[in-house]
Design a protein around this ligand. Structure first.
Ligand code: ATP
Ligand code: MG
Length: 272
């Protein structure tokens, strides 16, 4: 990681894990949901997708969100990222309460402070890799921090292919471009909904390694949804959702320990 300029390097490699009360950790929090609920529909057809979820996403930490299909993972991510409205509770990105923002301010916040990585890479086919990476900033009329951009590009390891169009890149390479695009503006937090869901295991490992490096070496904060215990093992912390609630949390996960927790929930589900 010699390509990372000094000012962007992290000195403390492992994020502090603390049991202090929420309020004492506020300076380390990139995003926070407090008693967040999201209810779809009304009456008989009502679905409680999120049920009073409180969670902190701490700076320079990679969090994986896991849980069965329909447990509320995407809903949680969309509500915290300001992509979807919520029914009650509050969400904070940095020091900004999302509930206080008007639509325009919310759009600006999403653009300036949040990075997104989707399962489908969403790269524009007519632009080169490099043009895709800088596109959000070009649209926003912002100049990229050249040193930062160089370190991001150095890290994705595509230097010989920056002039290639997406169709000329492998799936893993395309997704690395999408990750670089999310990182390019140095957002406060990056959200990925199954960012490696469409990749084979080798390409997935490349992208996950890159995401983890961005957390370890550049101090980026990343939250990703995944169904895969191997992918979750790249995270610093795994949060388990079931029926719109957080039911467990695991620090320093391994694929085995994640799988073990998943089995426990399955067993609970069957016996209850
Ligand atoms: N637009 C919507 N209208 C009504 N119900 C919805 C809507 N979006 C999601 N839901 C419901 O909310 C619950 C949570 O959905 P969500 O998409 O967050 O699940 P998920 O954990 O991401 O699942 P998956 O792993 O399948 O992606 C589900 O019961 C789903 O049916
Ligand atoms: Mg989902």
């Amino acid at each position: 990681m010699d390509s990372v300029p000094e000012q962007y390097r992290r000195t403390d490699r492992s994020p502090p894990v603390t049991t202090a009360p929420l309020t004492d950790r506020s300076t380390l929090v990139a995003a926070r949901a407090t008693e967040l609920s999201k209810i779809y529909g009304q009456g008989e057809t009502q679905v409680v997708a999120l049920d009073q979820v409180s969670i902190d996403f701490r700076q320079a930490e990679l969090t994986a969100i896991m849980g069965p299909s329909g447990s509320g993972k995407s809903t949680l991510m969309h509500c915290v990222a300001g992509l979807d409205s919520f029914s009650s509770g509050s969400v904070r990105i940095g020091e900004t309460e999302l509930g206080t923002l008007k639509d325009k301010q919310l759009t600006k916040l999403r653009r300036d402070k949040i990075g997104f990585i989707f399962q489908a890479f969403n790269l524009l086919p007519t632009l080169t890799a490099l043009e895709n990476i800088t596109l959000p900033m070009d649209i926003a009329g912002r100049k990229p921090d050249k040193q930062w951009l160089d370190s991001v590009i150095g890290m994705i390891g595509l230097s010989g292919r920056l002039g290639h169009r997406p169709a000329q890149l492998s799936g893993g390479q395309q997704q690395r471009v999408a990750v670089a695009r999310a990182l390019a503006s140095r957002p406060e937090i990056i959200f990925g909904d199954e960012p490696t869901g469409n990749l084979d295991s080798r390409s997935g490992a490349e992208v996950l390694g890159f995401l983890r490096n961005s957390v370890r070496e550049l101090g980026q904060t990343v939250v990703m949804v995944t169904h895969d215990p191997v992918a979750a093992a790249y995270a610093d912390r795994v949060v388990f959702l079931a029926d719109g609630r957080i039911v467990d949390e695991l620090y320093g996960p391994t694929a085995d320990s994640v799988l073990d927790r998943m089995k426990r929930f399955d067993a609970k589900g069957r016996t209850s």
